[in-house]
Write a protein that binds this ligand. Structure first.
Ligand code: KIV
Length: 268
C-alpha cells in the first residue's frame, strides 16, 4: 500500500494559497487519533482541553506538561498522515522564554509531535521567538484564550470592540513576523476572522471565528456529542455519542443481569 503523504507546515501554507480548507480536530488518545488520521484529518491538536474532556477539570489550567506529553505520545503512535500539534500547558511559557523553549523541546523530543501551540500575543512574543529559533514550528492562538479565563471572567465572544480587535490584529501580525506557521482564532466576530485571514500569509484556523478562516477546529468530544451540556452557537454536532454509549451500556447491563450474555456462541 502506498504511504500517505504527510501533512507539514509547507502543506498547510500551500493549502491556504490554493484556497483548500484545513480540517483540524482534537484528540488525546491512540484509538481516537487513529480514526481521525485514517478518515483524512489534516491536523490533530492535542489540546489542553484534555483537562476538561479527559480529566474533568472546569478549566484548562490544571493540566501539566507531563500529562500533555503522555497524551501526545499516545496520539503520535496512531498517526501516519496528519500533522500533530501539542498545546503548551498553562505555566510552561509565561514565566520566561528559557522555560518556554525547554517545555517545547520536551514535547518534541518525548512525544514525537510536529509542532506546539501557545496562547497570547505580544506578552508571549519573546517565548515564541525562542521556540521558533530552536527550529520548532509554533501555532499561535488569539481571541478567546481559555488559559486566561480568570482574567476575562467570561467565555463570551472576544474582540467585539474596536480597541480589542485592533490589538488582536497587531498581535496576529507580530506573531506572523516572529515566524509562527499558523494561527488559531477562537470566538471572535466572523468579519474580524475574515479580516485577519486576508491580512495574513499564514493559515488561520477558526473555532467560533466564522466561515472565512482558512480552516476549522472543534474539540472531538463536542462534535461527536459526548459532551452534552456545552452548546455554543459555533458547535455543530456530527453524532450523538453520549446517547449511543448510554443506550449500549444499558443494554449490556440488562443482558448481564438477565444471564443473556454471554450466549453459548460467546463462550469456549
Ligand atoms: O485545547 C484546545 O482544544 C484548543 C482548541 C479549542 C483550539 O485550544
Amino acid at each position: 500500500m502506498e504511504k500517505p503523504k504527510k501533512v507539514t507546515t509547507y502543506t498547510l501554507k500551500q493549502m491556504k494559497q490554493a484556497g483548500i480548507k484545513i480540517a483540524m480536530l482534537t484528540a488525546y488518545d491512540y484509538s481516537t487519533a487513529r480514526i481521525l488520521d485514517e478518515a483524512g484529518i489534516d491536523v490533530i491538536l492535542v489540546g489542553d482541553s484534555a483537562a476538561n474532556v479527559m480529566a474533568g477539570y472546569e478549566t484548562t489550567l490544571p493540566i501539566t506538561l507531563d500529562q500533555m506529553i503522555y497524551h501526545a505520545q499516545s496520539v503520535v503512535r496512531a498517526v501516519k498522515r496528519a500533522m500533530v500539534v501539542v498545546d503548551l500547558p498553562f505555566g510552561t511559557y509565561q514565566v520566561n522564554p528559557e522555560e518556554a523553549v525547554r517545555a517545547a523541546i520536551r514535547i518534541m523530543k518525548e512525544s514525537g509531535a510536529h509542532a506546539v501551540k501557545l496562547e497570547g500575543g505580544r506578552q508571549v512574543a519573546e517565548a515564541v521567538k525562542r521556540i521558533v529559533d530552536a527550529g520548532i514550528p509554533v501555532m499561535g492562538h488569539l481571541g478567546l484564550t481559555p488559559q486566561s479565563i480568570y482574567q476575562f471572567g467570561t467565555y463570551k465572544v472576544r474582540a467585539k470592540e474596536e480597541e480589542e480587535a485592533r490589538r488582536l490584529k497587531e498581535d496576529a501580525l507580530l506573531l506572523q513576523d516572529i515566524g509562527i506557521f499558523s494561527l488559531v482564532l477562537e470566538k471572535i466576530p466572523a468579519t474580524l476572522g475574515k479580516e485577519v485571514t486576508e491580512m495574513l500569509k499564514i493559515p488561520t484556523i477558526g473555532i467560533g471565528a466564522g466561515k472565512w478562516t482558512d480552516g476549522q477546529v472543534l474539540v472531538i468530544h463536542d462534535m461527536l456529542g459526548i459532551t452534552k451540556e456545552f452548546n455554543p452557537r459555533f458547535l455543530r454536532r456530527y453524532a450523538n455519542l453520549y446517547d449511543e454509549i448510554f443506550n449500549a451500556v444499558q443494554r449490556y447491563i440488562k443482558d448481564v443481569k438477565d444471564g443473556d450474555f454471554p450466549s453459548d456462541k460467546e463462550q469456549y
